[in-house]
Design a protein around this ligand. Structure first.
Ligand code: ADP
Ligand code: MG
Length: 227
């Protein structure tokens, strides 16, 4: 099984990110301007135009909301937080959305343990949410998502395994690049934010292809208070 570490370089390049943001916001703006001009000229088929305009506005809204999250500084909320509880919170939050697609999310802990991570709770939950959300979105058919915790002396590893479409080999190096998305209506910011949060926690992110189908995204955190 091939395991690929997701690249860390580039993400701190503020210039590149700014260019990306400008690009991602300008496209919907240009399209809004065009549609407004058409409406002003009194074209027919207004309902379709309104629908597209609303989609463009929603896209900009999503991008700015997600970017605000990245710009939040690492807070002083660093504490020893229970891993199982954080996972349970997010699984509960996402299970309704999953059920609608016939997807069952379960959590398996290697041992019934009380592992803790020295972290900002809301940020780690955001990471788990981003990964589980991607797994749900990657699955076209009903199936299972398994969240598994593995602990060894140096690190605590959390794996999110899905039965989705998987990531094509040629796209793996693009994961976590700002604005890289293959989804209609995607922002391509989820994994970038995930990497940023993990970097702040001395954590790691990697992905591997499952033998059967789908992929497994893995995150790991150091066990001691080593931040
Ligand atoms: P978004 O979800 O808005 O597209 P992300 O940064 O979360 O942005 O993900 C970027 C891309 O990585 C996705 O568009 C998808 O192509 C790919 N991806 C992420 N997670 C998975 C997954 N679990 N299975 C398949 N592809 C994935
Ligand atoms: Mg996503």
């Amino acid at each position: 099984l091939e395991e690929l570490m997701i690249r860390y370089e580039k993400m701190s390049d503020a210039g590149q990110l700014a260019a990306g943001i400008a690009h991602e916001i300008r496209n919907p703006l240009t399209s809004l301007k065009g549609f407004l001009q058409l409406l002003q000229a009194g074209v027919k088929g207004r309902d379709e135009y309104y629908k597209i305009m609303l989609e463009e506005i929603e896209k900009m809204e999503k991008i700015t909301t997600e970017l605000l999250f990245v710009s939040k500084p690492l807070t002083d909320h660093l504490k020893m937080e229970p891993v199982t509880e954080m996972i349970r919170d997010v699984v509960t939050l996402m299970s309704t959305q999953a059920k609608i697609k016939g997807i069952d999310i379960s959590h398996i802990a290697e041992e019934e343990d009380a592992s803790f991570i020295y972290c900002d709770r809301s940020q780690v939950k955001q990471v788990l949410l981003n990964l589980i959300k991607n797994s749900i979105e990657a699955m076209e058919e009903p199936g299972r998502i398994v969240v598994k915790t593995i602990k060894n002396t140096e690190e605590i590893c959390i794996q999110v395994t899905d039965e989705g479409a998987g990531v094509p080999d040629e796209l793996i190096h693009k994961l976590g690049e700002p604005f890289f998305t293959t989804k209609k209506g995607g922002t391509g910011l989820g994994l970038m934010i995930t990497k940023k949060i993990l970097e702040r926690h001395n954590g790691k992110l990697s992905v591997k292809r499952n033998e059967e189908k789908g992929s497994t995204f893995m995150i790991s955190f150091p066990t001691q208070e080593g931040i």
